[in-house]
Write a protein that binds this ligand. Structure first.
Ligand code: AHM
Ligand code: MG
Length: 334
């Protein structure tokens, strides 16, 4: 049997090697991974753990919170408060950022997360996940404004998908690595490294029920995919939509594809549904590190300057040549 590399060993090698990740960042990643293990246990218990259903509250974006949204948020906060690696945290489930209490040492990093992505899939036993992004705290008091850094400033990003397997996917800016949770041992084992997304694909992911609300460039792209072999693309396309961004992005990192959640006319004043800081940015970092591309239709997502913590953004990411095509259609339309 080939030698197993644990997450700890991988990170220590990253610390010693070219990436030279600082000890505090290594601790941060290990703490997040431990929190994900704990969330995975709750997710797995399902009805037996009384974790399904709604919590009877709403988050700042007016979305009904599920019990697991709140549990996952609490697990991540409790795990990360006391280690001395963080200056503050921000989450999809909290209106404002959460400062590290003064009685704990203050660290150099800022952690942002969507504690449980794909909430609509919790109760129906479909893959869900945790997405996270790490920024450097640039100094001074920690406020919401401290987090408003473009995605290019991220020092680490990742997600954990709670599916048939529990998989942690990570980048510290030197490619993308995947770890699978070995439940008997309780450890994360490296199962793929230097992942590459194929530049071309025949698979797209978009919520087709919104078709009538789309903008012309998105409609053009999908129409051409649907025409298949007989159309301008000259090939048949397949469609997948899981409604958990983590699961859709995981498929794309595994076998390629394009994922889109574009702006649409349902809420014309919002740039899109997905959130820039803790959904689109970390996923864009991972996708770019795997050789893919990620834009909002016009601009590289990681170069968008955020104006607020819960800012939304239009998302087109995945196989490079397809993302470039969709982006070109948007530019032509302009
Ligand atoms: P959530 O963070 O509240 O779960 O919302 C984000 C999710 C994404 O994971 C997914 O791509 C999208 O919402 C699905 O939206 P829709 O139900 O409109 O298809
Ligand atoms: Mg989400």
């Amino acid at each position: 049997m080939s030698k197993r590399i644990s997450l700890t060993q991988y990170l220590i090698e990253q610390q010693r090697g070219e990436a030279q990740i600082p000890a505090q960042l290594r601790l941060l990643i290990e703490v997040v991974a431990r929190a994900c293990k704990s969330i995975a246990i709750s997710v797995n218990k399902g009805a037996l753990g009384d974790v399904l259903g709604t919590a009877g509250s709403e988050n700042v974006q007016g979305e009904v919170q599920k019990k697991l949204d709140i549990i996952a948020n609490e697990v991540l906060i409790e795990a990360n408060e006391w280690g001395g690696h963080l200056a503050g945290m921000a989450s999809e489930e909290m209106d404002d950022m959460h400062a590290v209490p003064m009685h704990y040492p203050q660290g150099e990093y800022l952690l942002l997360f969507d504690p449980l992505d794909g909430s609509s899939n919790i109760d129906v036993n479909v893959s869900i996940g945790t997405i996270f992004s790490v920024l450097k705290h640039k100094g001074g008091d920690v406020t919401n404004a401290s987090f408003l850094q473009p995605g290019t400033d991220q020092v680490c990003a990742g997600y954990c998908v709670y599916g048939p397997q529990t998989t942690l996917v990570l980048t510290v800016g030197r490619g993308v690595a995947m770890f699978t949770l070995d439940r008997e041992q309780g450890s994360w084992v490296l199962t793929a490294d230097q992942i590459k997304i194929p530049e071309d694909t025949k698979e797209f992911a978009i919520n087709m029920s919104n078709m009538r609300h789309w903008d012309a460039p998105v409609k053009r792209y999908i129409d051409e995919c649907l025409q298949g072999k007989e159309g301008v693309r000259g090939k048949d396309f397949n469609m997948r939509w899981i409604a958990s961004m983590v699961a859709d992005v995981h498929r794309i990192l595994t076998r390629g594809g394009i994922f889109m959640y574009p702006w649409d006319k349902r809420e014309p004043n919002k740039p899109g549904k997905l959130r820039l800081m803790y959904e689109a940015n970390p996923m864009s970092f991972l996708v770019e590190q795997a050789g893919g591309a990620s834009t909002n239709g016009l601009q590289r997502i990681m170069e968008v300057q955020p104006g607020q913590l819960h800012e939304r953004v239009s998302v087109v990411l995945g196989s490079k040549n397809e993302v470039e095509r969709v982006t070109a259609y948007h530019r032509e339309a302009k």
